[in-house]
Design a protein around this ligand. Structure first.
Ligand code: GLC
Length: 719
C-alpha cells in the first residue's frame, strides 16, 4: 500500500476499531494453544472481539495461521490483516544454543547466520515478528534470564544485537524468509535488584547510558522494527509508562521510529507497581509515554475510548500508534499477501532441515567453553569411561524459550556419544546418585564424565536463585565420585554461571556446555573426544560464590584498591572470605592447542580526533591442533572527569589458525571508541593517557600505552 492509502484507511477507521489495533492477545483467546508465556486472564470480551484486534502472541503453524488470518480479516471491519508475533528467540523447530552460549562464541557473524536460519523456519510457520534479540546486559546470575542474554559486556552485546537484527530482518523483512525483529526488554531488565526477576532497578543515569542502553542503541541503529518495554522500573517509574525513557531516550535520542510494544501485561502492572491508580490511569500513562501495543492487559481495550471521548487523551496519540502498526504490516507486505511466507510445503522443507541441524551443531562447537584441562582431554576411545548424571539423558537442554521444538528431535549427551563413538568404552549411569555397582564402575574407570548443572526447567524467566551453588544432590554426587576417582571431567549444562569452586578445584577438566540446542551434544562429544578443538570464551564471569554478585570484569579502582595479593587486607576494598576476582573471568576459555601472542605494537603512541592508531599482534598456533581463537582488545582510560573502568572490551577478531600457522591481527583505535558520559553527561572523549591490551581473555596483560591529544587549534577552527 502507498502511504496515502494507509492515511486514508486510518481516517476511515472508527475510534474503537483503531483501539483494537493496539491490543495483542495470546492464542488462548482463539481456541487451543500450546504456548502460554504469562498469566492466563479473562478480559470479558465478546466472542467476536478477539478477531478484530491488531496482533496475536505466540501462535504458529502455517495452516493454523492462514485459517486464523482468514477469520481475523473477515471480522475486522476494514479487513486489516493481523500480525502474528512469537518468541522465536534462538530457534523455531531447530534450537540453536541459548544466547548466553551464542555470546560465548565471541563471533557475531555466527549469530547472524543463526538468526537467518531461525527466520527462515519462523517465516515458513507463518510468524511475522519475533520477540528477539533479547539484549539485556547481565552481570548477576541469580537472575534466570541470563540464559537469554549474550552476556555482561555492553560492547559485545551491541555487536550481537546488530548481527541478530540483521540476521532476522535482512535488508527488508518483507522479503521471503525474513521476519521483523523486536529487541527487548527496554530497558535495563538485567539490572533487577538482587537478581530477582520483575524487581525494580536502581541505576545512576550514567550507568544506564554507559552500560545498559548500548545494546538497544545498536539494535535501533541496525534498523530493528520493534522494541518491547521491560517489566522493571527505571528511576522508580515502570518502563512501560516511563515517558522520559520512551519518548525522550528511545525515540528522540536514539531515533527509533518503529512500534513499541509492552511486555506481557506490563501496562496493567503499573497499577501493582503502585504508580497507576487503575486501568484507566494505566492506559492514559502508557499511551502518553508512547507505548503503541498493549500486550495482554485490558487497559487499552476497555479504557482508551472513554479517555478519548472524555477529552482526557488526545486522539492523535491513538492515531500515531495505529499508523506505526499499519506501517509495520505494510512493510511486511501483509496488505498484498496476508499470509506472507506461511506455507506447509516450506515447513516440510525448512523446519529442522539438514542445513539447520548442521549449523546448530557447528554453532555449539563455537559456544562451548573449556574452562580447565589438566591433561585428561581429549579422551581416546580405548579409555574406559563412565558417564554419570541424569542430565546426560535429558532432552530439556534447548533453552526455556525453545517453545516450538519437537523434544524427540533433541540429541541427548548419551545419544551423541553412542552415535558418534560407538567403539568407545563408555558406560552410562544416568542417575544423580550411585549404587554399589555405580561406585565400582566409577572406581575402575580411566575417566569419569560427570554431567551437572541445570536443565531448562530451572533457568529462564521467573527462575531467579538466591543461591547459585549446585543443588545439594549434585554436590554430594561429585564428592562421592571424587572419593573413588580423581580423573573427573565435569560437564556443565545451564543458562547461567553457577558457583562451583569445589567442583572446579577438584575436577581434572571442566567444560561449560550451556544449553547447547537440538544438536549441541554432538559438538560436546566431538570436543570431548578431540575431533573439535573448543574455542568458546565466557560471555559472563563465573563468581566464586553468590555473594560476589553482581560481578563483571569491568571493575573500578575504588579509592582503596586491593593490591595483587591473595590474602585479605584490612582497610582496602576486598572480602575477608573470597577474592575480589571471579573464579573464571569474562573472555576466558581454553583450547587444545596453544596460541602465543607477540607483544603489542602501535604505529604511533599518540593521536588526535580524526586520526587513528593501529595496534597489532602476531598470534601463533604453537600447539599440535588447528584451532580458532577470539583475539580480544581491551582499553583503559587512565583518568576521566568521572571514574572509568579498569578495562573495557573494545574489539574482537575470531581467527582460525592451522597448527604452526601465525597471523598478524590489527585493531584500529579511533577517538570515538574512547567516548563516555563525562561529568556533564556529554558523550565525549577526554584527552589523556590510555592503555590497551590484546590477548586471549580479560586477564591479558599484553599491553601498550598511548595518548589522545587535545584537538589541534586548526581542527577546532574547522568545527
Ligand atoms: C514474557 C517475556 C518476554 C516475552 C513476552 C511474550 O513475559 O518477558 O520476553 O517476549 O512475555 O511472550
Amino acid at each position: 500500500m502507498e502511504q496515502i492509502e494507509l492515511e486514508n484507511l486510518l481516517k476511515d477507521m472508527s475510534l474503537s476499531e483503531k483501539i483494537e489495533q493496539l491490543v495483542q492477545l495470546h492464542g488462548g483467546f482463539y481456541g487451543e494453544t500450546d504456548n502460554y508465556t504469562g498469566p492466563v486472564v479473562d478480559f470479558h470480551m465478546t466472542k467476536e472481539q478477539p478477531y478484530r484486534i491488531g496482533s496475536i502472541l505466540g501462535e504458529h503453524g502455517a495452516q493454523k495461521l492462514k485459517d486464523l488470518q482468514d477469520r481475523m480479516m473477515e471480522l475486522q471491519p476494514h479487513h486489516i490483516p493481523a500480525l502474528f508475533m512469537a518468541d522465536v528467540i534462538h530457534g523455531y523447530r531447530t534450537a540453536f544454543p541459548a544466547p548466553i552460549g551464542i555470546g560465548s562464541s565471541f563471533h557475531p557473524e555466527l549469530a547472524e547466520k543463526i538468526c537467518e536460519a531461525v527466520a527462515r523456519e519462523a517465516a515458513a510457520a507463518g510468524v511475522h515478528v519475533t520477540f528477539s534479540p533479547m539484549v539485556d546486559l547481565a552481570c548477576d546470575s541469580r537472575w534466570g534470564r541470563c540464559m537469554e542474554s549474550t552476556g555482561e559486556d555492553p560492547w559485545l552485546n551491541a555487536r550481537f544485537a546488530e548481527s541478530m537484527v540483521r540476521g532476522f530482518q535482512g535488508d527488508d523483512y518483507g522479503k521471503k524468509g525474513r521476519v521483523a525483529s523486536c529487541v527487548k526488554h527496554f530497558a535495563a531488565y538485567g539490572a533487577v535488584q538482587s537478581g530477582r526477576d520483575y524487581n525494580v532497578t536502581e541505576l545512576s543515569e550514567r550507568t544506564l547510558f554507559e552500560d545498559y542502553l548500548v545494546s538497544y542503541r545498536a539494535a535501533v541503529s541496525a534498523g530493528v522494527s520493534m522494541v518491547m518495554t521491560a517489566f522493571n522500573t527505571i528511576n522508580r517509574i515502570p518502563c512501560t509508562t516511563n515517558k522520559w525513557l520512551m519518548r525522550k531516550v528511545l525515540r528522540e535520542d536514539m531515533g527509533f521510529t518503529g512500534v513499541l510494544i509492552s511486555d506481557y501485561g506490563a501496562v496493567g502492572e503499573s497499577i501493582t507497581h503502585g504508580s497507576s491508580e487503575d486501568l484507566r490511569d494505566a492506559a492514559k500513562k502508557a499511551m502518553e509515554a508512547g507505548c503503541d501495543i498493549d500486550m495482554m492487559s485490558e487497559c487499552y481495550l476497555h479504557q482508551l475510548e472513554g479517555l478519548v471521548r472524555a477529552g482526557e487523551l488526545d486522539e492523535s496519540l491513538v492515531d500515531e500508534a495505529v499508523m506505526r502498526i499499519l506501517a509495520l504490516k505494510n512493510q511486511l507486505g501483509l496488505f498484498e499477501n496476508p499470509y506472507k511466507d506461511a506455507s506447509t510445503e516450506d515447513e516440510e522443507k525448512v523446519l529442522f532441515c539438514e542445513e539447520h541441524q548442521e549449523l546448530s551443531r557447528r554453532a555449539a562447537e563455537e559456544c562451548i567453553v573449556l574452562l580447565k584441562n589438566e591433561g585428561v582431554l581429549p579422551l581416546t576411545e580405548d579409555r574406559k569411561v563412565v558417564v554419570v548424571g541424569s542430565l546426560a539423558d535429558d532432552r530439556e537442554i534447548t533453552g526455556s524459550w525453545a517453545l516450538f521444538v519437537k523434544k524427540e528431535q533433541t540429541v541427548t549427551f548419551k545419544q551423541a556419544i553412542k552415535e558418534l563413538y560407538p567403539g568407545a568404552h563408555v558406560e552410562f549411569i544416568l542417575s544423580d546418585s550411585l549404587d554399589e555397582a555405580g561406585v565400582d564402575a566409577v572406581k575402575n574407570a580411566d575417566r569419569v564424565i560427570l554431567v551437572l548443572g541445570e536443565n531448562q526447567s530451572t533457568t529462564g524467566e521467573s527462575k531467579s536463585l538466591a543461591d547459585i551453588s549446585l543443588p545439594r544432590e549434585q554436590r554430594e554426587l561429585f564428592d562421592r565420585v571424587y572419593e573413588e576417582n580423581k580423573n573427573i571431567v565435569t560437564v556443565l549444562f545451564g543458562g547461567r554461571p553457577l558457583a562451583i569452586p569445589e567442583v572446579a578445584e577438584k575436577s581434572a577438566a571442566l567444560i561449560e556446555g550451556w544449553l547447547p540446542g537440538s544438536c549441541g551434544c554432538y559438538a560436546l562429544a566431538d570436543i570431548l573426544f578431540g575431533r573439535v578443538n573448543p574455542s568458546g570464551k565466557l560471555s559472563m564471569s563465573f563468581p566464586h560464590c553468590t555473594g560476589q554478585l553482581p560481578i563483571s570484569y569491568r571493575q573500578f579502582s575504588t579509592g582503596r584498591p586491593k593490591p595483587p595479593v591473595d590474602h585479605y587486607i584490612p582497610f582496602v576494598s576486598n572480602y575477608m572470605d573470597v577474592p575480589n576476582t571471579p573464579l573464571y573471568p569474562f573472555g576466558y576459555g581454553l583450547s587444545y592447542t596453544v596460541f602465543e601472542y607477540s607483544e603489542v605494537t602501535l604505529d604511533k603512541n599518540s593521536f588526535s580526533k580524526g586520526e587513528k592508531i593501529t595496534a597489532s599482534v602476531v598470534v601463533k598456533n604453537a600447539g599440535r591442533m588447528d584451532g580458532m581463537e577470539a583475539v580480544q582488545l581491551y582499553i583503559r582510560d587512565m583518568k576521566g572527569s568521572v571514574v572509568r573502568p579498569l578495562r573495557e572490551f573494545k574489539g574482537v577478531e575470531k581467527i582460525f589458525l592451522k597448527k604452526g600457522e601465525e597471523r598478524e591481527v590489527r585493531f584500529d583505535i579511533t577517538e570515538d571508541m574512547l567516548r563516555f558520559y563525562d561529568i556533564n553527561m556529554d558523550f565525549v572523549s577526554e584527552p589523556g593517557d590510555f592503555t590497551l591490551w590484546i590477548g586471549d581473555s580479560s586477564l591479558t596483560e599484553n599491553g601498550a600505552k598511548f595518548r589522545l591529544l587535545p584537538q589541534r587549534q586548526e581542527q577546532l577552527q574547522e568545527v
